[in-house]
Design a protein around this ligand. Structure first.
Ligand code: DON
Length: 319
């Protein structure tokens, strides 16, 4: 999608170039109409397929956006890197790896087989099984304590108080038997660290936090900025936690398509079934896209195209 115009120099191009490229990415891919809106969580099926928003936040706190940047949607799997960050911060990144695993499964995000095939019965915190295990490790005696810790922590990443989308939570909680089953399977292997049903419920709530693409860009800019939110200037996690989160994102952020993603985009990223993708350009900024139609692995079609275009034209590729 267009030849590279900027090589990676350690800085974003000028603000005029960044805004123009965001607008161009929006115009280029708004007409792309392939992909399917997720419907295995009933409430998601009601989302308009034409919504399309982009936001980039630099590590200097500058915010650039195009399209539907203020549209609310549920964070879904894009909560996973931030909950993992909070757990690695609380336990230490070595203990977090030992308990959760950090290797790619090579299988879909809700694969049961992935647990069975891995000798030590861990997955990684970006797929559902590992993310439910991560939720089980969040500090707190009760499920409510853990949920409050997550909500407060993700709100610090976003720089504003994030709230639960009750309809999305109710819809997913009524239909998440597969996640509950995986939580029990992990418990059978000593790889679940709290009551399996309660841990799944905390995880379902974290996935139902309501965000905009602007929130996601601030959250990913915080990872790009070594754990300091570039808008509020608050340190949320340590830099050595951030580097580990980015490593896991590079390995598993787009599930079984993570290799293809790294090959073409060259940046750590995380997708979610609501249609968002957040991408981290370390030392430069955070990019987020929102467009609900997904490909077969559950990744937004327009979001992937727009992010590839911007990584290339902004010179973000790490390699
Ligand atoms: O647990 C689930 O299936 C959803 N709450 C989140 C899955 C998800 O976002 C996978 N993303 N592509």
């Amino acid at each position: 999608p267009g030849a590279a115009r900027h090589v990676s120099t350690g800085h974003l191009p000028s603000s005029t170039v960044v805004q123009a490229l965001l607008d161009e990415a929006h115009d280029r891919y708004a007409g792309e109409d392939s992909g399917t809106v997720a419907d295995y969580i009933p409430v998601l099926a009601q989302t308009s397929p034409s919504l399309f928003g982009l936001c980039l936040v630099g590590v200097d706190g500058t915010v650039y956006s195009a399209g539907d940047a203020q549209q609310h949607f549920t964070i879904q799997s894009m909560s996973k890197p931030f909950v993992f960050a909070l757990v690695a911060q609380a336990l230490g990144h070595a203990a977090a790896r030992e308990k959760l695993g950090v290797n790619s499964t090579g299988l879909g995000f809700n694969s049961v087989m992935a647990i069975e095939l891995n000798e030590d019965r861990t997955a990684n915190p970006m797929v559902n099984a590992g993310a439910i295990a991560a939720a089980s490790l969040v500090p707190g005696e009760t499920a409510d304590d853990k949920w409050n810790f997550i909500r407060a922590g993700l709100s610090r990443f976003a720089g504003r108080r994030l709230d639960l989308d009750h309809d999305a939570y109710t819809s997913e909680a009524a239909t998440n038997r597969r996640n509950q089953g995986m939580a029990y399977l992990l418990a059978g292997y000593g790889r679940m660290y709290f009551d399996p049903l309660e841990a799944t419920d905390v995880y379902t709530k974290q996935c139902s936090l309501s965000v905009t693409v602007t929130d996601l860009a601030v959250m990913s800019a915080t990872l790009a900025d070594g754990g300091v939110n570039p808008v509020t200037r608050e340190r949320v996690v340590d830099a050595d936690v951030c580097t580990r989160v980015l490593a896991v994102l590079a390995t598993a952020g787009l599930y079984e398509h993570s290799g293809d993603w790294l090959y073409e985009v060259g940046l750590p990223a995380k997708s979610g079934v609501s249609g968002g993708i957040l991408t981290v350009a370390p030392g430069k900024g955070g990019l987020a896209t929102f467009s609900p139609p997904l490909d077969s692995a559950g990744n937004s079609v327009r979001g992937q195209r727009a992010t590839k275009f911007l990584s290339n034209r902004l010179g973000l590729n790490l390699f």
